[in-house]
Design a protein around this ligand. Sequence first.
Ligand code: FES
Length: 119
Amino acid sequence: MPKLTVDGVGTFDVPEGKRMVLALEDEAKIDQLHACGGNARCTTCRVEFVAGEPDRMTAAEKQVLTARGLTGVRLSCQIPCDHDMSVRAISRLAGSGRPDAGSRPADEITPPPPQWVPK
Ligand code: FES
């Protein structure tokens, strides 16, 4: 089982391949934002990597990060937990002014099918 470390929170065993956004909610039990429901549109699921950043990303993640000029962050809704990773959870419901974290993302990466490109 891959381990997900969340800076300042702890280290958690995560089922192989689980979407990171869901692992942040279910295993780490933090109030991770995911306003678009995990569809690579809102970027509120963003995390900063401390270690283990994947060297590939979905084409959808690359497109939205590029369109918004975002660097140094990754979208947790587009990342399967397939190896040990360590992140900072920098986009949380508390203090966001939002009424809720967003609808729960699906179990599989959306929009389907994920197309993998180099990061
Ligand atoms: S981009 Fe909206 S939840 Fe990931």
